[in-house]
Design a protein around this ligand. Structure first.
Ligand code: SAH
Ligand code: SF4
Ligand code: F3S
Length: 469
């Protein structure tokens, strides 16, 4: 196994000293300096942005959503599909005008895109208004890099390829008061042939259980009600730890923390989702009855070329075993349409899986070639129109299933977490069922942040509607 670097408490203390040094500089500026942190990509990136905000707050920054008002702009990027990258390049390109108007504003680009050598090169050569570029591996050194830029100017690039590290004790400013992310592991060892994540996030490494449990206890004491344990493949949690502890054991320990809260987790990989996990989910009353289990494609030949290491039959058997233990389990999945060489006939196997499993919701994507991954080099003869037609068939089928599954809620009373205020004026609040379905609710906004019974009065393919009981 490749070596995981553990960042020592002294190294983090030195970063916090850098925060203070920056705070002494910013204290001399005219007004309280503001920071704008813009996040793309998955929950892991959201969680990273919360740590970047944690550091920025220690440096004396407040927060804004305005590029014009910010003295530091941090763009935390995602490399999963080309579309995500194009949006970032467009937005970063436009910042050249902001930099012209406010030459003192620091522009930073970080996250998964920055970790790719060809992106770092492009930024170095063609986006000269970007001051700081760093990948996920260098996040823990953010204060030192900002301090360096403020005292000596120039540009900084910290994008070395690494197996990855674990750093405890980084401050966090969370975006939500009800729901929280807790990373339990970083990186991925699976190398699915289409996916960039293992190249930009390094090898799998698990946080120590005591650090995770302490963080969850703290969150529960602060009133958080919905806690999501994060990792690219949480089912392989613990494989690199000295003590014999797997993800199911960890779930059991988190479940034992006193308090009224829900535990969610993502993502799970079908090849590592075990009977033990399903039994643990069924037994632990705080673990939400929902599983996000991506299967990507329904055809065995395609799955093999994707390097997913499971067959369609194995996937279906696992779902069957899970449904036997938790009949009302809410199931969601990720699917890629148009993987290189996938024929329309093979794609139809994906539709058959949908019909058999009847997922509650899906995240569907058209294959996007990622430089450096094996799939980007594969022959891809299918015309884009045919891929799009298949994609539309897939979403039409899922819309129909989602609508039917949502309709079955109408008339029921469900204990939901009221997690937000509604932006639709016909409703007061938004809520989530234990299975994480969105409910728009009529009722007293003072109930925000509580678990309450909601009577479901209506549904469509996207969400449920209801009223507080
Ligand atoms: N670790 C998770 C998901 C990571 S990325 C897992 O293994 O399930 C989220 C989703 O993006 C993937 O499940 C996949 O469906 C999609 N995805 C990843 N790479 C892609 C690519 N090159 N083109 C299109 N979709 C992709
Ligand atoms: Fe990507 Fe596969 Fe790892 Fe998920 S398991 S992050 S799809 S390589
Ligand atoms: Fe994107 Fe990186 Fe997440 S590539 S999906 S932000 S791990």
């Amino acid at each position: 196994m490749e070596h995981t670097t553990v960042i020592s408490p002294e190294q983090i203390a030195a970063q916090l000293d850098c925060c203070q040094a920056v705070a002494r500089l910013t204290a001399q500026w005219d007004a309280q300096p503001l920071a704008f942190v813009d996040t793309y990509g998955c929950q892991q990136n959201e969680a990273d942005s919360e740590r970047i905000r944690g550091f920025l707050a220690k440096m004396g920054f407040g927060f804004t959503d305005s590029e014009e008002q910010a003295r530091i702009i941090v763009i935390n990027t995602c490399a999963i599909r080309e579309h995500a990258e194009q949006r970032v390049f467009g937005n970063v390109g436009a910042l050249v005008h902001v930099k012209r108007r406010h030459p003192d504003t620091l522009i930073c680009l970080c996250g998964c895109m920055a970790q790719q050598p060809h992106v770092a090169k492009k930024i170095r050569e063609s986006y000269r208004h970007v001051d700081l570029v760093f990948g996920p591996h260098a996040l823990w050194k953010f204060p030192e890099m900002v301090h360096g830029l403020l005292v000596q100017r120039g540009r900084t690039f910290s994008v070395d390829d690494e197996a990855g590290s674990i750093a405890e004790g980084i401050p966090v400013v969370r975006q939500d008061r009800v729901k929280a992310w807790v990373s339990i592991m970083y990186g991925c060892n699976n190398f699915c042939s289409y996916c960039i994540v293992p190249y930009v996030r390094g090898r799998e490494r698990s946080r120590r259980p005591e650090d995770i449990l302490a963080e969850v206890r703290q969150l529960v004491s602060e009133g958080y009600k919905d806690i999501t344990l994060l990792g690219q493949n949480v089912n392989s949690y613990g494989k690199d730890l000295d003590e014999p502890l797997d993800f199911s054991d960890l779930l059991e320990q988190v479940n034992a923390i006193p308090g009224d809260f829900l535990i969610r987790f993502m993502t799970s990989h079908p090849k590592d989702a075990t009977q033990k996990l399903f039994e643990t989910m069924a037994r632990c009353e705080k673990v939400a009855p929902v599983l996000h289990l991506p299967f990507q494609a329904g055809n065995d030949r395609v799955l093999k070329v994707m390097n997913r290491r499971h067959t369609r039959e194995q996937y279906l058997e696992k779902i069957k075993a899970l449904k036997a233990l938790i009949p009302d389990i809410v199931l969601t999945s990720d699917i890629i349409v148009g993987f290189p060489g996938e024929t329309t006939e093979e794609f139809e196997d994906t539709l058959r899986v949908l019909e058999e499993v009847r997922f509650d919701a899906l995240f569907t994507f058209i294959f996007s070639p990622r430089q450096g991954t094996p799939a980007a080099e594969m022959d891809d003869p299918m015309p884009r129109e045919e891929k799009l037609a298949n994609f539309n068939r897939l979403t039409a089928l899922q819309d129909q299933i989602s609508e039917e599954k949502h309709a079955a809620y109408v008339g029921k009373t469900v204990r939901c977490l009221l997690d937000g205020l509604s932006d639709d004026e016909r409703y007061d609040l938004t809520a989530r069922t234990p299975g994480n379905r969105l409910v728009r609710v009529v009722g007293d906004p003072a109930a925000l942040g509580q678990f309450r019974d909601v009577r479901i009065t209506g549904a469509n393919k996207w969400s449920l509607f209801g009223e507080l009981v």
